[in-house]
Design a protein around this ligand. Sequence first.
Ligand code: T4K
Length: 397
Amino acid sequence: MSSDVSHPVIHELETAGPDRLFAEPLHVGRPNLGDRHKLLERFGAVLDSHWLTNDGPNVRAFEAAIARCLDVQHCIAVSNATIGLQIAIAALELSGEVIVPSFTFAATVHALSWQGITPAFCDVELDTHNIDPVAAARLIGPNTTGILGVHLWGNPCAIDALRALADEHRLALFFDAAHAFGCSFDGRMIGNFGRAEVFSFHATKFLSTGEGGVIATNDEELAQKMRRLRNFGSEGDEAIGIGINGKMSEIAAVMGLTALESKGEFIARNQNNFLVYEEVLRDIPGVNLVSNPTVEQRNQQYIVVEVDDSLAGMSRDDTIAALHRQNVIAKRYFSPGCHRLEAYRSLHQSQYNPLPHTERLCDRLLQLPTGTGVSREDIVKIGDYLQRLTARARTAA
Ligand code: T4K
């Protein structure tokens, strides 16, 4: 995302006050680490043990801790969620086409393509931003073997409708749960749905191991197969099939174990930040905080805002450019949609399969900083700036 300034008001507000809103950049996705002292102690113990990877004791402990947390039978720690998705795809023996939302991070679709599968791009629901089961039904063809839903921003997909569709057409249903660790659906933790669910523990995620992830499943046979695939296709000392190296390191596992101990604090902080954003953005026309009122558990890792330029007086991209100039490093997840990426453009025929909701969200959404590094005062400053910025833009229009 470039921070090119195309809106004159951005300059005007800068000359009115030369100081940036923040001296240091305030990032979306700054890692939540937990207790640094404990983490350093654990790093030391790993180094002293001389055991750094290959299904080590910390990886096993981490898998067990995540399985308890999700109340799921099998958790397989992996080097990142992209590899985790590929392992799940290979284990499910998918081929041909898999239905997937275009409105997601490129990794979701790349994982399919890397396994030789053609993505059939599906539109999303405007309210949840997740794959639309009605649109998905229209995409089922003779070569379809699966549906890959994405629980975007930690909000669960329409799981029941997708399950019914998958069962009716004998398709494998599985989920990219990269954003959804600590979130629930119908009283059960995400991790328990579909054939398998894949979480990301990348630095920017709610729970972080630097790079990392976990595949969760309640299917024992599938779990064994995925463990094998993660380790070069090996059973014992011998590769009995083709696999990949998708193993998590001991250093990553102790980061995860440490962060997990602060899960409650991270959630409380994110939820509190969300409420402050709600308060400060409430009265800004055209700058709408996306909320999903629910009694379910949420990690609230993403603060998602929809900018309606006809009311805000400026576009989403100009709003991001203005925020960047103030050291608020807002993000533009996810734009463009995957169907418009160079790698997939020729594959997708918009005239036969338009994705109007995806296009709208790709044009209008931005994400603002949250997490343990963001305070109430920071959010009040961001809200106040957006108020002044858009008010000035509207009068200038
Ligand atoms: N499915 C979905 C739906 C996903 O969103 C993702 C990943 C995946 C699958 C695949 O999961 P992994 O294979 O990664 O486990 C970032 C992340 O790299 C990516 O993991 C994530 N989604 C995506 C949504 O965001 P970028 O290109 O935006 O990263 P970058 O370097 O611009 O960093 C984002 C922000 O985080 C910046 O404001 C800086 C801040 N940051 C970043 C890092 C790496 C930090 O403060 N500290 C850090 O260490 O993709």
